[in-house]
Design a binder for this molecule. Structure first.
Ligand SMILES: [Zn+2]
Length: 454
């Protein structure tokens, strides 16, 4: 990681980046180490234009006063220039030189890792299975769908969740009338946000290993079902981990119906697939630009992706429907349960609505009270997406709350300006920085499951 000259303009940056040997597009081989690098651009006076950046398919990761930080690759600068924006390269997050994934011979399947300790999709799945076989009284693994590639017969994965609770008759059924209230934790809907999946991996193990020893865990599992989906987007994570020690920065799923890697490349700023967190069908907006970071559909409509549809069905099965769909409808008196989707790397807590911040939800006071409580653990700011960064339509929380009445939050892990910033922090950040406050945050949200709106 090193800083470029702060005053470098976008046009100047193109020259500078060329001189640094940036390769465009796919086909980067060992030795050609820079095409995967992430470049942050500071875009001046662009906060009020956040939605325009979002519509242009760019990812805004931070707000700095009236400026915003946009993340992308060497070509992102010229795209900003075409939008008439004044931008400069603010930081260059250099990827480690490429090397093949190395798996230790004889390692247990749940210990298969890449990039210094990050778990592969197979390792996440093996970890859930290992928890269930070692603790049959506590953990139940369920399949809730299939990834896009699996549906197409191109490899791919089942979509998996684990239910963790001190099991009693009828627990962990995929039906909304459960005896215990539920907390649902989900991560890696954006594949390249690799620290998020590790939070889920650690939480599953913390729960099953803590029962009967840690009074807080014991109480939670006696009274609550905790569901974890560690990898919402396994096809995408498969692409990320294929980079081995230099993870590919694939954000979207692997639905390459409209475009493939030859057309889009596979850089931070240009890649094929659909952004699952723009695909949910509540106040959805269309973005059919195939190589954008925020392509919102493969067929011109919302809910086009199998990963999205399956997750929505899981939510309906676990939580039922406790809210009419109008903007001012309150969740009904029986609404219970909490949900959290993890992202990185802005370091913020986001409440619905995300598609707009000109109105608040009817549950705004409760959401902000919970946001304030969670903020005490991490120090992250909380608010609606557009208050902190920009409005974003088609996200998970708007559908989960808007259609079903689930008290649903997004947290972006982050370490603004610190050594654990970026999509691919060193693995030591997982234990050293993120886990201590996320563990408290997850327990807090689980404790709110019985009555989030009271
Ligand atoms: Zn994300």
């Amino acid at each position: 990681m090193r800083k470029l000259r702060a005053a470098t303009t976008v046009a100047g940056a193109a020259v500078l980046l060329a001189s640094l040997g940036f390769a465009a597009g796919p086909g980067a081989q060992a030795g050609d180490t820079n095409s995967q690098d992430v470049i942050e651009y500071r875009v001046h006076d662009a906060y009020p234009k956040g939605e325009a950046l979002e519509s242009a398919g760019l990812e805004v990761v931070k707000r700095v006063g009236d400026d915003v930080i946009v993340v992308g690759d060497a070509n992102t600068g010229s795209r900003l220039e075409k939008l008439g924006l004044r931008a400069e390269v603010s930081r260059h997050l250099r990827q480690a030189p490429w090397s093949a994934p190395t798996l230790k011979p004889g390692a247990a399947p749940q210990d298969e890792t890449y990039y210094g300790g990050y778990h592969t999709v197979n390792a996440h799945y093996a970890n859930m299975d290992a928890a269930a076989s070692a603790h049959p009284d506590l953990a139940t693994v369920v399949n809730y769908g299939q990834s896009w590639r699996k549906q197409q017969g191109q490899g791919g994965y089942d979509l998996k969740a684990v239910c963790v609770t001190k099991k009693a008759e009828g627990d962990c059924a995929q039906k909304p009338d459960s005896k215990k209230p539920r907390f649902l934790l989900q991560s890696q809907i954006h594949a390249r946000e690799i620290a998020t999946g590790e939070m889920s991996y650690k939480y599953i193990n913390y729960l099953v290993n803590g029962y009967g020893k840690d009074p807080e865990v014991t109480k939670l599992l006696d009274t609550t079902e905790i569901w974890v989906v560690p990898i919402v987007n396994p096809d995408g994570v498969n692409i990320v981990q294929s980079g081995g020690n230099s993870p590919k920065l694939h954000r979207k799923n692997a639905d390459f119906t409209d475009a493939d890697l030859r057309q889009c490349g596979d850089s931070a700023g240009s890649q094929p697939g659909v952004d699952l967190n723009r695909n949910f069908g509540y106040h959805w907006e269309s973005n059919t630009s195939k190589c954008d970071q925020t392509t919102s559909t493969s067929n011109g409509a919302a809910d086009s992706e199998p990963e999205t549809k399956a997750l929505e069905q899981l939510w309906a099965n676990l939580f039922g429907d406790h809210r009419a769909d109008g903007p001012d409808d309150r969740p009904d008196a029986n609404a219970r349960g909490t949900a959290l989707m993890l992202h990185s790397y802005a370091g913020i807590i986001i409440l619905p609505w995300e598609y707009t911040h000109s109105t608040h939800t009817p549950s705004d006071a409760q959401f902000r009270a919970m946001g304030a409580d969670m903020s005490k653990f991490s120090g992250y700011q909380y608010g609606q997406a557009g208050e902190l960064l920009y409005d974003a339509a088609g996200g998970s929380d708007d559908l989960a709350y808007g259609k079903l009445g689930i008290a649903s939050f997004t947290i972006e892990l982050g370490d603004s300006g610190g050594s654990c910033d970026g999509f691919t922090p060193q693995y030591s950040c997982v234990d050293g920085t993120f886990w201590p406050y996320m563990q408290k945050t997850f327990n807090y949200l689980a404790s709110k499951a019985p009555s989030p709106y009271k």
